[in-house]
Design a protein around this ligand. Structure first.
Ligand code: NDP
Ligand code: GDR
Length: 370
């Protein structure tokens, strides 16, 4: 049976990929960071007691900025496949932490490749690099494919551009089976809460349940090609099973504005919206509520634009062309945007009902310092 190492195992994709590979019979090793509070929520359901025999899901402490740690782990695990998913993955935060982002996302990838080379695993270990549609940045061509030129627009994207090319270089220079998956945005009910889709579905659920009045948002005109993370992790695995190592675009081929994503999320709780005003003055109001469980007054203001969420340089439009992956690897996505929004809203309504229960029973304000 194959052995995989996943960096970024505690993240959205790490969790879905772990589940996927374990179902395929792999032994999965995951790299997690030490943190003062537990950060394994997304993979707790996969946890195995280290004292049982034949453990197939094993976690190790590590960090992408520590090459001795990465090399030692790879040496002891001797993986058949490495999925390098670990990254400081928030575009806006990368403007605040450009040096760290370059170190973890750019040099971190080099550290993995170098470890494989130094350990003489060039012919054994296949490497998947989590590349991104952010590489396309400023629009050069639509839809974006494997041949579209890059024009990164954030420290995150610039770091990922280094990671992309160092992966190509190690493939060409040392014959390592190393591939870039250029994945467009993919979301899920376990997406990080500060990415725009999850921020919206959380807010829609909380507003519908009366736990929150309104929320604040940035650029409503940005357009993204949003898919479901479940479909995309399957593709990561398919990429490493191909005969030859190559780079692949993975996308749904449709694009939607942030504004329309908000409309879709609120529709799931029976609410129609009207957007009024422009730029920083834009707001959204409820025009009708058709769901018996979620009733708010018509005219209730649910959202305002806050320029704090604008980025110094924005990526306005992403839409991917995954023809190569469809034709050569037979990849198809099972989820389109409406099903994705449904899945995310279902998840957040469930979560927020739990919050509501705690609030109704007085357990929402536990204060350890009292
Ligand atoms: P998440 O932000 O959900 O997860 C990132 C993971 O990386 C977490 O496990 C995080 O640990 C870990 N991590 C961050 N910094 C370090 C570090 N210095 N050392 C070790 N681990 C670290 O991202 P996603 O799951 O959404 O994305 C996975 C990868 O795919 C990322 O590289 C991202 O840039 C890339 N990508 C994502 C896309 C998307 O739409 N989701 C699209 C294209 C590419 P912790 O839990 O402790 O924070
Ligand atoms: P992105 O995702 O930057 O595409 O990177 P994000 O959800 O953060 O932003 C998408 C678009 O929405 C606009 N936006 C807001 N974004 C956030 N986070 N918060 C807001 O309040 C808000 N309002 C508007 C943004 O300006 C942007 O245009 C994600 C990450 O997962 C990367 O790691 C990955 O590489 C790319 O997707 C593909």
């Amino acid at each position: 049976m194959k052995v995989a190492l996943i960096t970024g195992v505690t993240g959205q994709d790490g969790a879905y990929l772990s589940e996927f590979l374990l179902k395929k019979g792999y032994t999965v090793h995951g790299l997690k960071r030490r943190s003062s509070l537990l950060n394994t929520d997304r993979i707790d359901h996969l946890y195995e007691d280290p004292h049982v025999e034949h453990q197939r899901f094993i976690l190790h402490y590590g960090d992408m900025t520590d090459s001795t740690n990465l090399t030692r782990l790879i040496q002891s695990i001797m993986p058949d496949e490495i999925y390098n998913l670990a990254a400081m993955s928030h575009v806006q935060v990368s403007f605040e932490m450009p040096e760290y982002t370059s170190n973890a996302d750019g040099l971190g990838t080099l550290r993995i490749l170098e470890a494989v080379r130094l350990l003489g695993l060039e012919k054994k270990t296949r490497i998947y690099q989590a590349s991104t549609s952010e590489l396309y940045g400023k629009v050069q061509e639509v839809p974006q494919s494997e041949t579209t030129p890059f024009y990164p627009r954030s420290p995150y994207a610039v770091a990922k551009m280094y990671a992309y090319w160092i992966t190509v270089n190690y493939r060409e220079a040392y014959g390592i089976y190393a591939c870039n998956g250029i994945l467009f945005n993919h979301e899920s009910p376990i997406r990080g809460e500060t990415f725009v889709t999850r921020k919206i579905t959380r807010a829609a659920a909380r507003i519908a349940l009366g736990l929150q009045d309104k929320f604040y948002i940035g650029n409503l005109d940005a357009q993204r090609d949003w898919g479901h993370a479940k479909d995309y992790v399957r593709m990561m695995w398919m990429i490493l099973q191909a005969d030859e190592p190559e780079d692949w675009v993975i996308a749904t081929g449709t694009t939607t504005t942030v504004r329309d994503f908000i409309r879709m999320a609120f529709k799931e709780v029976g609410m129609e919206l009207e957007f009024k005003g422009t730029g920083v003055h834009e707001k959204a109001y409820i025009t009708s509520c058709s769901h018996p469980d979620y009733q708010l007054e018509k005219g209730h203001e649910i959202l305002s634009v806050d320029p704090k969420y604008f980025r110094p340089t924005e990526v306005e439009l992403l839409i991917g062309d995954a023809t190569k992956a469809k034709e050569k690897l037979g990849w198809e996505c099972e989820y389109q945007l409406p099903e994705l929004v449904k899945d995310m809203m279902k998840g957040d309504l469930k979560l927020m009902r739990k919050d509501q229960f705690l609030k109704d029973n007085g357990y929402d304000t536990l204060n350890y310092f009292e």
